[in-house]
Write a protein that binds this ligand. Structure first.
Ligand code: GLU
Length: 431
């Protein structure tokens, strides 16, 4: 064949028994060179063995770099405004930036932000895209100093003129990162975290739609806030925009795994239209960073049989805060009361959330809760345990005065405490 065709071009491939049309994909560095991979119009990627190809026709060449540059600065002569907003896509790793490793059969992080953008040409119609890889980690490997790095990278994109920022992130700990960003960053433009449950080279991947919908929100959303945009249901109909401190991955593999907990989603994105479901902080305001974190905080789930020695060890290791994921309305067995009391006497802040996830802690109903309150345990209202964990790190980064910690934990900074508890995705009906 010998023809050199630029990836991103629209081509037609003829084999002895079929004809395929689609976008020529860049060859992954792990793939063999015996196949041509194209993205069909239905979003599926297929590999066609080169030996079987009789003819390839170029239907539309990928625009050259010069043309792209010119388009980026295209001005409407009448209105004198730049036509497309500028969106920065920062990749941190995860499934959205992964593909199947055909050697091991596992999934490994291997897509760069630029590769993703060239694989999804629709992005160029939504905004002028700038893509960058800031690190490449599965999200289970992300640590608090990575949150700070992400915040600083977002800030530098906004200072350089981005009208919106999309963060590509593994889904496993996306809720922790979104909560961390919500406490550490005030933003005048939308900052959207997104990911994928299935890798981009799988037919059932949610990567393409999540990226398109996130980019849409970043480019056109009237939102000066941090949010998570992910598939809203099993089919490809719409994506939901979730508040950063109230979102949780509630299924290990389904495409609509993410839900807003104890509140309503911010809105939904459907065919390039954003429908808001509640009042939002609009674009504007200043860019502020506040990245002080105390890392010696533990998140401890209560379970029948938990022994005091676990809490004693945290005290001995110099931990400054413990978030307990208690049972029901916010309880632990009285067998660990002495250890909790020792922690509080040692100036360790102990806060209570519930492992029921939905609902609010209320530690005044049973004597167990009342006794914990008397000891000085701080009840975290309807905060998600992981949000309370991130918040306690942030609060202790600012003060270690117990009264002040309590006051800050009970004050709402980023939507983490809501007055009225509502259900998650369930009350969202699609017309
Ligand atoms: N466990 C990996 C992560 O969270 C892959 C899962 C995903 O991205 O959905 O980064």
């Amino acid at each position: 064949m010998g023809t050199k065709i630029k990836s991103g071009s629209r081509i037609e491939i003829k084999t002895a028994d079929a004809m395929y049309q689609g976008i020529l994909m860049p060859r992954p560095e792990l793939a063999d060179d015996e196949h041509v991979i194209i993205k069909l119009d239905n979003g599926y990627n297929i590999g066609i063995r080169k030996k079987l190809i009789e003819n390839i026709t170029i239907i539309e060449e990928t625009p050259s770099q010069e043309r792209i540059e010119l388009e980026k600065t295209k001005i409407d002569p009448q209105k004198q405004i730049v036509l497309k907003p500028s969106v920065s896509i920062l990749a941190t790793g995860g499934t959205i930036a992964s593909r199947v490793d055909y050697i091991t059969g596992g999934v490994r992080a291997a897509f760069t932000a630029d590769e993703l953008i060239s694989a999804i040409p629709e992005l160029d119609e939504i905004a002028n895209i700038h893509g960058r890889q800031i690190f490449n980690k599965f999200s289970e490997n992300i640590i608090p100093s990575d949150w700070i790095k992400i915040v600083k990278e977002i800030a530098s994109e906004i200072k350089n003129g981005a009208n919106g920022v999309v963060i590509l992130h593994g889904t496993d700990t996306m809720g922790y990162t979104s909560a961390a960003l919500a406490f550490m960053l005030k933003t005048p433009v939308p900052v959207v975290l997104t990911g994928a449950q299935r890798s981009s080279d799988r037919g059932s991947s949610d990567a393409t739609l999540n990226l398109i919908n996130s980019t849409w929100v970043a480019a056109h959303g009237n939102l000066g806030d941090i949010c998570v945009v992910m598939h809203g249901e099993m089919s490809d109909s719409h994506a939901l925009i979730h508040p950063a401190t109230r979102v949780r991955k509630l299924h290990s593999s389904k495409r609509d795994a993410f839900q807003t907990v104890n509140s309503k989603p911010i809105g939904r994105v459907l065919n390039g239209k954003i429908e808001y479901l509640k009042e939002v902080k609009p674009r504007g305001g200043s860019l502020e960073l506040d990245t002080k974190l105390e890392e010696k905080v533990a998140l401890l789930r209560y379970y029948p049989g938990l022994k005091s020695e676990v809490i004693d060890n945290l005290i001995n290791l110099g931990y400054k805060g413990i978030v307990i994921e208690g049972t029901g309305l916010g309880h632990t067995s009285e067998r660990v009361f002495d250890a909790i009391k020792r922690a509080i006497d040692d100036q360790v802040s102990v806060v209570m959330t519930s492992q029921t996830i939905f609902g609010r802690v209320n530690m005044r109903v049973y004597s167990t809760g009342r006794r914990l309150l008397e000891m000085g345990v701080i009840p975290c209202e309807n905060m998600l345990p992981e949000t309370a964990y991130v918040k306690l790190m942030w609060v202790l980064g600012h003060t270690q005065d117990q009264e002040k910690v309590k006051e800050m934990m009970l004050r709402n900074y980023a939507g983490e405490i809501v007055k009225r508890t509502q259900t998650g995705n369930d009350d969202i009906s699609l017309q």
